[in-house]
Design a protein around this ligand. Sequence first.
Ligand code: GTR
Length: 345
Amino acid sequence: MKKSKLTMALLSVVMAGALAAGCGGNTKETITGADASAGGSQTEGPKYTFRLADAHPEGYPTVVGDQKFAELVKEKSGGRITIEVFPSAQLGEEKAVIEQVQLGAIEFTRVSTGALGGFNKQYEVFSLPYIFESDEHLWKFLESDKGKALLDSLESSRMKGLAYYSSGARSFYSTKPLGSIDDLKGQKIRVIQNKVNIDLMEALGANATPMNYGEVFSALQTGIIDAAENNYPSYLTSNHYQHAKNLILDQHQRVPETLLISKITWDKLSEADQKIILEAAQESVAVQRAEWDRFEKESEEKIKAAGVTITEVTDLKPWQEAVKPVIDKYRSEYGEILDAIEQAK
Ligand code: GTR
């Protein structure tokens, strides 16, 4: 048993190395491009085909962003660099995909900063409750020097952050009544796996159950968990609302998305190609954010029309009071980032 596990592990490292050496699907063909007319595109250099993994389905705003990114890379490279977008967790759940990206076996992914928190401690900061007042506040921070430095900090985890994408605010939903904060007590709530989320559920008197996103629907259906939490678009497209019909709009977190590349792939690219990828990622942000705003409203309307019981939270004070021990616990660790977040208000 042990031996076969070791063999498998060695095999996957060797395979990852082989893929990395060839930059995944890189055909190593060199195009010497005469077509300089294609709008300032960089046509000279090797030809690549890369993969980008996303957990969300076709049409979800992150996938729209990924596709815009791929389109821009293609355009800027004069057709040399192809990025194939794989939606609906076709390449695996977020945690597994991040591991593959670290090995260079999958070159790109769009994941939640919540999932990255399990790999890079600094990213857990985004799971702290009520640290952002609004999306505007969040974006002011993300675009600040500290926000950009956080993207760069992924290099220590063998990834390179390219851009942030929007993800709105997360609220709780349950198969059980959820009319106030007290109703959360004793409920089994699925969370994205990271330490802050576990402490957060404890502070609310709930039981945290870390689980892959793709498993939540059947876990709600079979009663393995009572509840979960997410933004409107995920609540809708995952169909969680079909089983968890009670939503409370407490908006406890704003956890942005990150578009990233494997550090192994990044280091193989020429400076010119790195520039293409970085620029394309950053230019795709405006498209993703606009689509987010539109789709978030559309999802809210669809959820309302689906007959979900929605409780508005007019006074956030009891919620903020209840989770204060979590902020206090992490203040010393994230003091500097929290100060920068405060300044971005
Ligand atoms: C969504 C996020 C996904 C995934 C999911 C989850 O909001 O976009 O990438 O992290 O939440 O709860 O696992």
